[in-house]
Design a binder for this molecule. Structure first.
Ligand SMILES: [Zn+2]
Length: 204
């Protein structure tokens, strides 16, 4: 379950899972990929038994999730404050991009109209007209799909409140955890270990 998730603290390489039919479960272990392949001189041997790693991570999860559960209000406030600051920046940027794209789409329609008139009056030959209109059409359809994506991003950001509450409900659920599963590990590695420290809520 820790394969691909555990890394060496010194060199940053992945930890390499070692198991064998002749091993008992408690003998399965992880070693640093660098020290295994390139030698101890490059990265000193780092070794941890899988059961020890599991126990430590489980303990840490219980600790972190019970901490989050105990200080839920502070965490909620912090998460919302950070979200609002990020959101303001992001929303402003998206709004600007949307306005620019809309302006360009209008401009393209105007250019196309002029080009069409020039073609009718023979100022622009048919081959050139064909080329230019293909370019304009392509640019317009790219812009339209970008517009659609940006607008749906703006909608997604409004779901933040639901995400926060889902996070707290998971934390309450995991406080009494007795066994790790890959699903729980994946969820919490992305949410608790990566995101929570960044909220710096623990400093209050
Ligand atoms: Zn290493």
């Amino acid at each position: 379950m820790f394969s691909g998730v555990a890394y060496c603290a010194d060199c940053g390489a992945k930890l390499y899972y070692c198991t064998s039919k002749s091993f008992e479960t408690r003998q399965d272990h992880f070693v640093c990929y660098t020290s295994r392949k390139k030698g101890k001189e490059v990265c000193a041997t780092h070794f941890i038994r899988a059961v020890v790693l599991e126990e430590m991570v489980l303990w840490h999860l219980q600790y972190v999730t019970s901490f989050v559960t105990a200080y839920e209000d502070i965490f909620r406030k912090k998460m919302n404050a950070k979200h609002n600051a990020d959101l303001k920046k992001q929303t402003a940027l998206r709004r600007k991009q949307i306005a620019q794209a809309e302006r360009r789409i209008t401009e393209l329609s105007r250019l196309f109209k002029r080009m069409y008139e020039d073609n009718i009056s023979r100022k622009l030959n048919d081959i050139r007209f064909e080329e230019l209109s293909n370019d304009y059409e392509m640019e317009q359809s790219d812009l339209e799909s970008e517009l659609e994506q940006w607008q749906s991003e703006l909608t997604e950001q409004e779901q933040h409140a639901d995400d926060v509450e889902r996070f707290f409900s998971k934390c309450r659920q995991y406080t009494n955890l007795t066994e790790l599963t890959p699903t729980i590990l994946n969820y919490l590695v992305s949410k608790v270990f990566v995101e929570a420290p960044d909220k710096s809520a623990g400093t209050e």
